[in-house]
Design a protein around this ligand. Structure first.
Ligand code: BEZ
Length: 256
């Protein structure tokens, strides 16, 4: 059984009700949280750097990334049911992420002690006793939530407020070894993510990078890929050998 009273309450669709219980003011706030100063994180942006405490000690995010692919993903709050299932599933998939050279790092806006207590529950109910496999950021100061815009419109307005417990939404940032943001997914708090989709898009990004191709709808490894329209038929023949031309702009081929 997950231990905290929060899980004994009936949780419906309002994430704020999950986190509005009173709690001590989190540490000193770090910035103004003004909309004007907030970084715009787009595909192709350098992932904003930050220094923060995690369940595996303090990190500098860019140093943590090193020269790996990295997935940064946020969770509304500790001891919440959907996040418990997600974190367990991502931890169990560590071998799949390792195979792809991908590091994981989670985030929730509570402290390391709270995260560590929650991890014990996750290990109990989701990983079958296996060690939890990646750090969770303690973003009590909301620095990362602000920099990456991991909050709803309403919570953004309250970010700088005193005694306000802010629930982050379910954001996923896929960052490449050059520290560029390559893919962003944003889910509301009530909707759990799909681990297979996260693995699939990593495969798609890495295949596109390695082979100079695009990937069609519902693509998975082994299926035909698309030759970009910028490649002429002659160059496509030289580069890929055979290809299937459905339209001048829609050409399929196979890659290993
Ligand atoms: C959660 O488990 O994180 C959650 C559940 C219901 C609504 C919002 C969040």
């Amino acid at each position: 059984m997950l231990s905290r009273t929060i899980l004994r309450r009936s949780i419906v669709s309002a994430p704020r009700s999950i986190v509005s219980r009173s709690r001590p003011l989190q540490q000193f706030r770090f910035v103004s949280f003004s909309q004007e100063e907030q970084p715009r994180v787009r595909i192709g942006s350098t992932a904003p750097n930050f220094q923060v405490e995690t369940t595996q000690g303090p990190i500098d995010f860019h140093k943590y990334i090193g020269d790996n692919w990295t997935i940064l993903f946020s969770h509304p709050a500790d001891y919440t049911p959907v996040c418990t299932t997600e974190l367990g599933a991502f931890s169990n998939l560590k071998p799949e992420f390792d195979k792809r050279g991908v590091k994981l790092i989670g985030l929730s806006t509570e402290g390391v002690d709270s995260h560590n207590g929650w991890i014990k529950d996750i290990v109990e109910v989701e990983t079958n006793g296996k060690e939890f496999s990646f750090p969770i950021i303690a973003d009590g100061k909301k620095e990362v939530a602000y920099k990456y815009d991991m909050v709803t419109e309403e919570d953004f307005k309250n970010l700088g407020g005193e005694n306000k417990m802010i629930a982050t939404i379910r954001s996923v940032y896929i960052i490449d070894p050059s520290k560029k943001v390559r893919l962003i997914m944003t889910y509301p708090a009530s909707t759990g993510r799909n681990t297979q989709e996260v693995l699939r898009v990593i495969d798609a990004l890495q295949t596109s990078d390695k082979k100079g191709v695009a990937t069609p709808v519902d693509w998975t490894v082994g299926k035909e890929v698309i030759i970009p329209p910028t490649v002429s038929d002659e160059d496509a023949k030289a580069k890929f050998g055979d290809f299937r031309k459905v339209k001048p702009y829609l050409r399929y081929t196979k890659v290993d």
